[in-house]
Design a protein around this ligand. Structure first.
Ligand code: NMX
Ligand code: MLT
Length: 434
C-alpha cells in the first residue's frame, strides 16, 4: 500500500473510537440552539457539521489542520526553486494532519502523474458542447461524465462492508484530483486559445503541469500552487463543501458529489464572485476612462452599485468578521511580484474605501474583503484575462479540500444528511407561544 494510504488507514483507526465515544456517551449534549431567524436565514451559525480538516474563526480566518495560512505555507515542502508548496503536500496534510517529507510528497506527485490522463470520451463531451457554454458548466459536466469510472460505485454494488467505504472513496478522489488540472486546461485552451492544446509534461507536479498546459510561464506555476492551496477548504458549511458532503452522504460517489459542489460554486454569491470583481473593475474603468482612479471616484462607483440594488462583489462573508487572510496572502504576493500593476493598485484603493462605504450602507454584517476580491487581479496580471474561467480555478483548488472531507466522511461512517423542516404556521405558533 502506498505510504499516504497506509498513514491514512492508521489515522482513521485512531480516530474512529473518538467519534464512536462521542456518539455513545455524549450524544445528548447540546452544542447550540436554532432560532427562527436561523431557520429562515440559511442556517447561519447553526452548528451541525463536523470536520477536522479546517476550521474558520470569524476573526482569525481559516486554519488548515490547526495551522494558519502562513504556517501552512511555511511548513509544507516546495518544488526546488519555487516559493509555494506542492499541492500534493497539502493533500497529504489535509488528509492526515501531518506534514509530509519531500520524499513522501514525491510519491504522491508520481502517483498523480500516473493517473492524470483524461479519458477520450470526456474530450468528446467537451467538444460536443456549444463553445459559449460557461466553463463551469463544462467543468462540472466533465467530472460527472467520469462517474462510470467510480471504484466506490463498483465496490458498493459488489457488497462492500461499511468500514471499507473510505478506501474506494480515497481511490476515486485521487483519480479525480489527478485529472482536474488537465481538464481545466483543456477547457481553457479549447475555448480561448484557438483550440490548440499543450500535452502534459510527465515530470511536473500537479500545479506546475497546470501552468504548463495552460500555456503560462513562470512564476505562474507558483501562482497556481498558492491559488489552489488558498482555495482548498473553508470548513464545511460553505455552499460547495456542504453540497459535496450532502450528496456524498447518500453514498453517491465522488464524481456525483464533486460535480454537484462545482455547480454550487458557480453561483455569484459564492465562487463566481471572483469573476464579478473583474467585471466591476472593468465597468469602473469604462466609466472613468483614462482618469487615474481616486478615493472619490471609487466611493461614487461603490455607492452606485449599492443604490442599484447590487452587492459589492468580493466583500462580506457569512462567517468572517474581518479581512479574509486569503485576501491578505494574495495581497502579500502581489506586493512582492506586481506592486505597480494598475489593477492591483485599484484593488488596494477599493480596500481603502469599500469597508467604510459598506459600514455607512449598514446592511452587510462584514464590510471586509473576502478571497474573491483579489484573486482575479493576479490572474489578469499573468495573462489569464478570460474572467469567466476564474471560478474553474477556484473549483480545482476547492476539490482538494472537499475530496479530503468526503474520504473522512466515509471513514467515520457519517450517515445520510437529513435535517428537519417546519412550516411557516409552525414558526408562527412557536412565536406566539402556542
Ligand atoms: N454588498 C452589498 N450588500 C451586502 C454585501 C455586499 N458585499 N454583503 C452582504 N450584503 C447585504 C446582504 O445582501 C443582505 O442584504 P438584505 O438584508 O437586503 O438581504 C445584508 O447585507 C446582510 O447580509 P450578511 O448577513 O452580511 O451576509 P450573508 O451571510 O447573508 O451573505 C455573502 C454572505 C458573501 C453572500 C454576502 O456578503 C455577499 O453577497 N457578498 C458579495 C458576493 C461575494 O463576494 N461572494 C463571495 C463570498 C466568498 N466566496 O468565495 O464564496
Ligand atoms: C468559501 O471559501 O467557501 C467562501 O469564503 C464562502 C464561505 O466560506 O461561506
Amino acid at each position: 500500500m502506498a505510504k499516504l494510504k497506509e498513514l491514512l488507514a492508521q489515522k482513521i483507526a485512531e480516530h474512529r473510537p473518538r467519534t464512536q465515544k462521542l456518539l455513545k456517551e455524549h450524544g445528548d449534549v447540546k452544542i447550540g440552539e436554532v432560532t427562527i431567524a436561523q431557520a429562515i436565514g440559511g442556517a447561519r451559525g447553526v452548528r451541525c457539521l463536523v470536520t477536522d480538516i479546517s476550521y474558520l474563526d470569524p476573526f482569525e480566518g481559516i486554519r488548515f489542520r490547526g495551522k494558519t495560512i502562513p504556517e501552512t505555507l511555511a511548513a509544507l515542502p516546495k518544488p526546488e526553486g519555487c516559493e509555494y508548496p506542492f499541492v500534493e503536500a497539502h493533500w497529504w496534510f489535509l488528509l492526515t494532519g501531518e506534514v509530509p517529507t519531500y520524499d513522501e510528497v514525491m510519491e504522491v506527485v508520481k502517483d498523480w502523474q500516473a493517473r492524470r490522463t483524461i479519458p477520450q470520451y470526456v474530450i468528446d463531451l467537451l467538444r460536443a458542447m456549444p463553445r459559449d457554454t460557461h466553463p463551469m458548466t463544462m467543468f462540472s459536466a466533465a467530472i460527472l461524465a467520469m462517474q462510470r469510472e467510480s471504484v466506490f460505485a463498483k465496490r458498493y454494488a459488489q457488497g462492500m462492508k461499511k468500514d471499507e467505504y473510505w478506501e474506494p472513496m480515497f481511490e476515486d478522489c485521487t483519480n479525480l484530483l489527478a485529472k482536474l488540472p488537465s481538464i481545466a486546461a483543456y477547457i481553457y485552451r479549447m475555448k480561448y486559445k484557438g483550440d490548440e492544446h499543450i500535452p502534459p509534461d510527465p515530470n511536473l507536479d500537479w500545479a506546475g503541469n497546470f501552468a504548463h498546459q495552460m500555456g503560462f510561464a513562470k512564476p505562474y506555476d507558483d501562482v497556481a500552487r498558492m491559488y489552489f492551496i488558498l482555495h482548498s477548504d473553508h470548513e464545511s458549511g460553505n455552499v460547495s463543501a456542504h453540497t459535496v458532503h450532502l450528496v456524498a452522504s447518500a453514498l453517491s460517489d465522488a464524481y456525483y458529489a464533486l460535480s454537484a459542489g462545482i455547480n454550487g460554486l458557480a453561483g455569484p454569491l459564492h465562487g463566481l464572485a471572483n469573476q464579478e470583481v473583474l467585471r466591476w473593475i472593468q465597468n469602473f474603468q469604462a466609466k472613468f476612462g483614462g482618469q487615474e482612479p481616486t478615493e472619490e471616484t471609487v466611493r461614487e462607483a461603490l455607492w452606485e452599485t449599492l443604490r442599484s440594488g447590487q452587492v459589492i462583489p468580493g466583500y462580506g462573508h457569512a462567517v468572517l468578521r474581518k479581512t479574509d487572510p486569503r485576501f491578505t496572502a494574495q495581497m502579500e504576493f502581489a506586493d512582492k511580484h506586481m506592486p505597480d500593476d494598475p489593477l492591483f493598485k485599484l484593488v488596494k484603493l477599493i480596500y481603502k474605501v469599500a469597508p467604510q462605504v459598506l459600514m455607512e450602507h449598514g446592511k452587510a454584517k462584514n464590510p471586509w474583503p473576502n478571497v474573491d476580491a483579489h484573486s482575479g487581479v493576479i490572474q489578469w496580471h499573468y495573462g489569464l484575462r478570460e474572467w469567466d474561467f476564474y471560478t474553474v480555478l477556484f473549483g480545482v483548488g476547492r476539490a482538494v479540500g472537499v475530496l479530503a472531507n468526503i474520504t473522512w466522511d466515509r471513514a467515520l461512517g457519517y450517515p445520510i444528511e437529513r435535517p428537519k423542516s417546519v412550516t411557516t404556521q409552525m414558526l408562527e405558533d412557536v412565536a406566539s407561544g402556542k
